[in-house]
Design a protein around this ligand. Structure first.
Ligand code: FES
Ligand code: FES
Length: 179
């Protein structure tokens, strides 16, 4: 019987070790604390936060940039951490839900508004919703319910707590316009 040359090739390919990129040094500030890290160049910001820094507030919903559960702020702008390579935060400031409350533990007004308006059920989407909501107000994109819905459309809630979420954001936006 003739040997199958393709089978040999496939076997060799399967046995070949996967090339691993060299670890990369990374300095960044997360929630006001400086970090001097070494990361796998393929690591996402979400995995860096959750697996390496133990900050599990940002949630892994889809890991594909489609649900917003992993939303954090990077230099003050909202990003989905699952699609942000960790190496991109070199020299930059990251804010997660863990860093949002004040220094003595008082809740951020948006956190309080989510409680006041019953804007959650299971809470899985909530850290991402709140980080996105804070940015939405800061961007000036919370002037009406329709605008809030549009600019929060990247944050999905499987429990359907949208009525409370919009009300919470509307409340904080209205109060921020008064001050
Ligand atoms: Fe990042 Fe869904 S986990 S957008
Ligand atoms: Fe459950 Fe939003 S509160 S997914």
């Amino acid at each position: 019987m003739t040997a199958n040359p393709t089978a040999g090739l496939l076997k060799a390919k399967a046995a070949a070790p996967e090339a691993r990129p060299a670890p990369v040094p990374l300095q960044c500030v997360v929630n006001g604390r400086g970090y001097d890290l070494v990361v796998d160049a393929r690591t996402s910001l979400l995995d860096l936060l959750r697996e390496q820094l133990g900050l599990t507030g940002a949630k892994k919903g889809c890991d594909h940039g489609q649900c917003g559960a992993c939303t954090v702020h990077l230099d003050g702008r909202r990003v989905v951490a699952c699609l942000t390579p960790a190496v991109q935060v070199e020299g930059r400031q990251v804010l997660t839900i863990e860093g949002l409350a004040g220094p003595i533990g008082e809740l951020h007004p948006m956190q309080q508004a989510f409680i006041d308006h019953d804007a959650l059920q299971c809470g899985y989407c909530t850290p991402g919703q709140i980080m996105s909501a804070v940015a939405c107000v800061a961007e000036g994109h919370a002037r009406s319910r329709d605008e809030i819905r549009e600019y929060m459309s990247g944050n999905l809630c499987r429990c359907g707590a949208y009525v409370g979420i919009v009300a919470a954001i509307e409340d904080v936006a209205a109060r921020s316009r008064e001050t």
